[in-house]
Design a protein around this ligand. Structure first.
Ligand code: F6P
Length: 328
């Protein structure tokens, strides 16, 4: 289907991420620039089903580029997983005369968009907004850089107290299926060990490695654990295991949790979100749909949803090597 677009709906869905406001702002302003109408849809796909819409113009998005969260709110909609829910959403779009959608979110958001597009042949473009950085076809997702900085700042503080007490800290970071936050923040914060879902280290190897670093003269240690890691899934259980097998250390656990999703977006995320938002309207105006706007080698790219949501997250093995060498 390729009809002239005149009115664009924008929504944020799934887990929020710093920079989503900057992305909405860019979409709204790119619409204004190109003389298209823009409608904000609240609470993601749930608001689409419930008709929770509000007209947005260039001034509606003033003073939000610097704000964390998403002023359109977000949700993980169960109703949108049903045929009836998606039918209701389609009817609301037709009623509001919206002829294209920009959805900002992660793989769940794009999966929903793909299914919807398959049923209703409705033009949709996606922007990758998730702290996890786990979307295929884009080097970075909106919110990831800010989350990394939040984690590094937190671990720097934990290191102070770990060092004062000669303790070992397990720090759990987000990433159900993806180790990007753990690996990159771990390197940035100088962690001794980094446990990620993509690579099962095994408890025995972890102990051996900790013993080696203790022997080399280290008096405290930081282990960064991605929440989806195999041996770190129950982080308190892992702490108990280490303490029982390594009397040299007192072990403490910090779960960083949703602090990683909040806060003012970094400059990198604001610029990325602005570029991707403009890219979304460029895509729709040139007749593209069913694609995610991403960034690869510093250039804007258009990636079919099917590719963006396919396969496992791939980790850069070079980073694992760097982590191993620099933590010796
Ligand atoms: O996908 C983003 C994310 O923050 C994951 O890292 C985390 O596992 C999940 O969302 C938490 O989801 P919720 O906020 O719904 O508990």
């Amino acid at each position: 289907m390729s009809t002239k677009i005149t009115k664009v709906g924008v929504l944020t869905s799934g887990g929020d991420a710093p920079g989503m406001n900057a992305a909405i702002r860019a979409v709204v302003r790119a619409c204004a620039y190109n003389e298209l109408s823009c409608v904000g849809i609240f609470r993601g796909y749930q608001g689409l089903i419930e008709g929770d819409f509000e007209d947005l113009d260039a001034r509606s998005v003033k003073n939000i580029i610097n704000r964390g969260g998403t002023f359109l709110k977000s949700a993980r909609s169960k109703d949108f997983r049903t045929v009836e829910g998606r039918q209701k959403a389609y009817e609301n779009l037709k009623k509001a005369e919206i002829d294209a959608l920009v959805v900002i979110g992660g793989d769940g958001t794009f999966t929903g968009a793909s299914v919807f597009k398959g049923e209703h042949d409705f033009p949709i473009v996606g922007l990758p907004g998730t702290i996890d950085n786990d979307i295929n076809g884009t080097d970075y997702t909106i919110g990831y850089d800010t989350a990394l900085n939040t984690v590094v700042e937190a671990i720097d503080k934990i290191r102070d107290t770990a060092n004062s007490h000669n303790r070992l800290f397990l720090v759990e970071v987000m990433g159900r299926n993806a180790g990007d936050i753990a690996l990159n923040a771990g390197i940035g914060a100088g962690a001794e060990e980094i446990l990620i879902p993509e690579e099962d280290m095994g408890r025995t190897r972890l102990l051996e490695s900790l013993r080696r670093s203790k022997k080399s003269g280290k008096t405290s240690s930081i282990i960064v654990v991605a929440e989806g890691d195999q041996i770190g899934k129950n982080i308190f259980d892992l702490a108990k295991y280490i303490e029982e097998n390594m009397s040299a250390y007192e072990v403490r656990v910090t779960v960083l949790g949703h602090i990683q999703r909040g806060g003012a977006p970094s400059c990198y995320d604001r610029v990325l979100a602005s570029r991707l938002g403009v890219g979304a309207i460029d895509a729709l105006m040139s007749g593209q749909q069913d694609v995610m706007v991403g960034i690869a080698n510093r250039k804007i790219v258009y990636v079919p949803f099917a590719r963006a949501i396919s396969g496992q997250n791939e980790i850069d093995v070079e980073l694992i090597r760097v982590a191993d060498i620099t933590s010796v």
